[in-house]
Design a protein around this ligand. Structure first.
Ligand code: 5GP
Length: 233
């Protein structure tokens, strides 16, 4: 069965703020997008375990939980009316409809993590990635691609969560997404999960070095000028 669409029920722009987020802080927003079935959940868990200072932003969704999912760990599972209320109150940094379900990132959750000085990982689709990029300068966009559509189809069949119709829907969506992935900053082809984890960690570490470059240079300059001054007193 093809999923019911919320388009027309909720307008994409309903209550969606165009205001930019205050991103004067130094926290980075790593946005990871990938077709469903790419192995993203395992990947993100490993990277967060292995790299300190990184937190997963838990989204809100109207999709019912899957057997292995827990409230407040994988998602905040809410009803369409609660979701609508949050849209009306302008509580989402971004939200989108994916395969008939609604998904959103709450601004207050993101701010709470940033206030602890954490860099964020957001597992969101291309529509959401575009919106966050418009609002937050410190966004790093990373697209994870399956090795092939056949491989993706096999994974979707193997995980046994979707009907054949939905699998076809997801494959068609993946084909469309590949076109859009061009404007992401990084692309990783997920051949072996171990390699993908290392590549993702390398991107995060490199982006942190870039962010920290000027503050470190300023500090070193001050220190070295002080030391130089002392040596010549
Ligand atoms: P799933 O239902 O398989 O967990 O996720 C379906 C899709 O929704 C995935 O592409 C995932 O990245 C996306 N998604 C999850 N949370 C959010 C969110 O908060 N905002 C947006 N825009 N997409 C999300």
């Amino acid at each position: 069965m093809i999923p019911f669409s919320w388009r027309g029920v909720f307008k994409e722009t309903d209550g969606e703020s165009k205001r930019r987020m205050d991103d004067s802080g130094k926290e980075l927003f790593f946005i990871i997008s990938a077709p469903s079935g790419t192995g993203k959940t395992t990947l993100l868990k490993k990277v967060i375990e292995e790299l300190p200072g990184l937190q997963f932003s838990i989204s809100y969704t109207t999709r019912p939980p899957r057997a292995n999912e827990r409230e407040g760990e994988d998602y905040h599972f809410i009803t369409p009316s609660v979701f609508q209320m949050m849209v009306e109150r302008d509580e989402f940094l971004e939200w989108a409809e994916v395969l008939g379900n609604l998904y959103g990132t709450a601004e207050k959750d993101v701010n709470a993590l940033r206030s602890k000085g954490m860099d964020l990982i957001l597992d969101i689709d291309i529509q959401g990635a575009k919106k966050v990029k418009e609002k937050v300068d410190s966004t790093v966009l990373i697209y994870i691609l399956p090795p092939s559509l056949n491989d993706l189809q096999e994974r979707l069949v193997k995980r046994g969560l979707d009907s054949p119709d939905i699998i076809q829907f997801r494959l068609a969506q993946a084909r469309r997404d590949i076109e859009e992935a061009k404007w992401y900053h990084y692309l990783i082809v997920n051949e072996r999960i171990e390699d993908t984890v290392e590549k993702l960690k390398a991107i995060i570490i490199a982006e942190r070095c870039r962010r920290d470059k000027n503050p470190i240079l300023d500090e070193k300059k001050k220190q070295w000028e002080e030391n130089h001054g002392k040596n010549h007193c």
